[in-house]
Design a protein around this ligand. Structure first.
Ligand SMILES: [Zn+2]
Length: 288
């Protein structure tokens, strides 16, 4: 789970296109895109990339892999252009097995050029959350990577995960509680698929229908991966595993205090949540 700036929708997600259905289709990397569409969305994606420096660094690493160890990675470059470096890194890191590129670079003794190694570099590690960093670190460690000085490690600084704010004593404990000022970060990560689902649902919560109107006229909602992506859950980043929820219902689902039932959710054409993921939530996440 990651901190990202609040995702406000709708219009500027470049891969979403105009229509909602085409937006969803484009969000899935696995689906082919027409060449012209692809070129324009690629251009738009790069222009709006909030982590363009990191993206450029990864493109540079891919170029170095080509020149130094003769490894070409066209699919990886497509991902970088399409999703940007940050999202590409998150997706690759959280796959259950190393990418093809990772193993090829390992064979060529060039693990330092992997996305995992880049994520841990001191200049980039602050972009990522501890679970991302731990996954990258563990994978490199399994492949006996010789970590350079300054590379992030789990025993060092706790990445950018903020400390939980101190909780004041309850009002029933005698002394009146002091007021404290605390900044609370919602821990979120939106993928292209998540953004597409929110757009399909018009930023309305699938449980209660609520949408938060922002002062600039955009609507705000959150995307919930029903079967979580990280850890042991191995959920997939696909539309059938994503719900559009208001912040309260998102938190309830994350915290395991709410069971889910497909029949009670608002549904729209083109978005089919998978019963198996709902079952997973009810059995593994929801605490009875
Ligand atoms: Zn709601």
């Amino acid at each position: 789970m990651n901190i990202v700036p609040l995702e406000i929708g709708p219009p500027n997600s470049p891969w979403l296109g105009g229509g909602t259905e085409s937006g969803l289709r484009k969000a899935g990397l696995e689906l082919a895109m027409a060449a012209g569409e692809y070129a324009s969305s690629r251009h738009a994606a790069m222009k709006n990339d909030p982590h363009a420096k990191f993206t450029r660094a990864l493109i540079g690493a891919a170029q170095e892999a080509n020149s130094r160890v003769n490894y070409r990675a066209p699919y990886y470059l497509d991902m970088l252009h399409e999703l940007g470096g940050y999202e590409t890194a998150c997706q690759l890191i959280h796959r259950s097995s190393p990418s093809d590129g990772f193993t090829r670079l390992w064979e060529r003794k060039a693990l330092d050029l992997t996305v995992e190694a880049y994520v841990l570099r001191p200049e980039w590690s602050a972009l990522f959350q501890r679970p991302d960093l731990v996954e990258a670190y563990e994978r490199l460690k399994r492949y006996k990577y010789d970590f350079p000085a300054g590379s992030w490690n789990p025993n060092g600084m706790p990445a950018t995960t903020p400390a939980a704010p101190a909780t004041p004593a309850g009002s029933d404990s005698g002394e009146p509680p002091d007021r404290i000022q605390a900044t609370v970060y919602r821990i979120l990560r939106d993928t292209a698929v998540a953004r597409a689902v929110k757009q399909l649902l018009d930023y309305k919560c699938q449980i209660c229908g609520a949408s938060i109107m922002l002062p600039d006229g955009h609507s705000y909602a959150e995307a919930h991966h029903v079967r979580p992506l990280g850890g042991d859950h191995l959920g997939e980043d696909v539309a059938s595993n994503v719900l559009c929820l208001c912040p309260n219902h998102h938190a309830e689902c994350d915290l395991g205090v709410r069971p889910l039932a497909l029949a009670t959710l608002t549904r729209v054409w083109g978005h089919e949540p998978l019963q198996a993921n709902v079952d997973y939530h009810n059995q593994k996440i929801y605490r009875r």
